[in-house]
Design a protein around this ligand. Structure first.
Ligand SMILES: C[S@@+](CC[C@H](N)C(=O)[O-])C[C@H]1O[C@@H](n2cnc3c(N)ncnc32)[C@H](O)[C@@H]1O
Ligand code: SF4
Length: 442
């Protein structure tokens, strides 16, 4: 295992999209409006990015804006609603919203009243099917009973809480002091209110993390019996502008096999407690929709991560949000002030994009299947000596089995799933130096 980790712990994408964003051809991207208008169906998932956080967690790789000034809330929500209205006008009909996800930053930075204003404003221009999924990311330190209640009343049934790690030394290093009692309180309150899928985010590979402390974190997490668990590999990407990963050095990070041991321990404890690994980083109980979707082969992956809905359109609203209409993808302006300015001038704030070629779409499907099903099939014409050479190497290392038109990842190989996807990425050449583009695979 040690040798495999050394070999495969290289910088590779996480594949929430294909092509991955550094390879988007923005120069050839135009007319986002036509792509949205031409989308055959107006069934959609809505991702709303709420970027503010009161305090900076120094490990965080999300797009966020740190402030304690809550007067930003209303102008931001007004801008998101303006952006939404522009999309609805483009679509020319009332869209059907199958999913809303509030991500961040910290959605619970916003007051319950303002979140209600946002969701009611969105729904004023849309319809809902019989079954829909509304979810949000809650920070345990500032999610109140009112947040949970107001969002529950608006139809939210899924919530994920950022836990990361309970070890005091780790919390100090990542500048996130968050007692177990805070997580316990919000988890129990959400369950009592009737949320049917409560998830906890844990991160392995954080500064000063060790096996003993992280085992405690995993056990404490299991004691609260969440329905789903995310177990993210810490992405060390300090070169990304504005992310602000600081306050510790590379030497403080568990690396290679040491980092992998943290993951293996968590996986063993999760599985012993009735959780199943579904796709990369995610575990779910047998009664959770995510496990059911995985078993039925309907699990989906997009910019929001894994989802159980399969809407043909993903519209991202808010600064830095990403949209995907299958034939094309687009990203909004990341800078919050610039985002507000563009929307207030009546412009859809898209600044980057990529039009998918036929080949892109074929490769996207293969990578999607590897990520969501741990297996994939491809057309005969993909087969060539180079593909065979790379698959044979992965097979020899025990990571997968293959035929000239299909592959299946082994149990061992699940840990190296990003390395399997890379084989089908036409934008990456074997051996290409990507250390300042993507985080490490393990
Ligand atoms: C937007 S935050 C969740 C909501 C809220 N802001 C909070 O912190 O509780 C999204 C999640 O991404 C994960 N995350 C952030 N930075 C990461 C990094 N550098 N590597 C791996 N996971 C990270 C964390 O688990 C975090 O809970
Ligand atoms: S982890 Fe959450 S609260 Fe912390 S900075 Fe990132 S988005 Fe904000």
């Amino acid at each position: 295992m040690k040798q495999l980790i050394e070999k495969y712990n290289v910088s590779v994408p996480r594949y929430t999209s294909y092509p991955t964003m550094p390879f988007w051809k923005t120069e050839a991207f135009q007319d986002w409006e036509t792509n949205v208008k031409n989308a055959p169906q107006k069934r959609l998932s809505l991702y709303i990015h709420l970027p503010y956080c009161e305090s900076l967690c120094t490990f965080c790789a999300c797009h966020k804006r740190i402030t304690k000034n809550h007067s930003y809330e209303v102008p931001y929500i007004e801008a998101v609603l303006k952006e939404w209205k522009m999309y609805v006008e483009w679509m020319g009909e009332r869209p059907l919203i199958e999913e809303i996800h509030l991500g961040g930053g910290t959605p619970t930075f916003f007051s319950p009243e303002n979140l209600a204003l946002l969701i009611k404003g969105i729904l004023e221009w849309a319809s809902l099917p019989d079954s829909y999924e509304f979810s949000f990311e809650g920070h345990p330190n500032n999610t109140t009973y009112e947040h949970l209640k107001v969002l529950y009343d608006l139809g939210f049934r899924r919530v994920s809480f950022g836990v990361q790690d309970y070890d005091p030394q780790v919390q100090k290093a990542i500048h996130r002091i968050q007692p177990f009692e805070a997580v316990e309180k919000v988890t129990l309150a959400a369950r009592e209110l009737g949320y049917t899928s409560i998830s906890h985010d844990l991160v392995f590979g954080l500064p000063f993390q060790n096996l003993e402390g992280f085992t405690e974190t995993v056990k404490k997490t299991l004691s609260l019996n969440p329905d789903r668990l995310s177990l993210y590999s810490y992405a060390h990407v300090p070169w990304i502008k504005g992310i602000g990963q600081r306050g510790y050095s590379e030497e403080d990070l568990p690396a290679g096999e040491q980092k992998r041991t943290l993951y293996e321990m968590a996986r063993e404890l999760y599985e012993a407690n009735g959780y199943y690994e579904v796709g990369m980083d995610h575990f779910a109980k047998a009664n959770d929709k995510m496990f059911q979707a995985y078993q039925e082969g309907t699990l989906n992956r997009n910019f929001m991560g894994y989802t159980t809905t399969n809407s043909p359109l993903l519209i991202g609203l808010g600064a830095s949000a990403i949209s995907d209409v299958w034939s094309a993808m687009a990203q909004n302006e990341k800078n919050v002030e610039e985002y507000l300015r563009m929307v207030n001038e009546g412009k859809i704030p898209v600044v980057k994009g990529h039009l998918q070629s036929e080949e892109d779409l074929q490769r996207r499907q293969i990578i999607h299947d590897i990520m969501c099903k741990f297996r994939a099939e491809w057309p005969d014409e993909f087969w060539n000596e180079e593909l065979e050479r790379q698959l044979e190497e992965l097979r020899t290392d025990g990571i997968l089995q293959y035929t000239p038109t299909s592959l299946e990842v082994t149990e061992l190989g699940k840990a190296f799933i990003r390395n399997v996807c890379v084989v089908f990425d036409a934008y990456l050449r074997p051996g290409q130096a990507l250390s300042k583009t993507f985080s490490k695979a393990i």
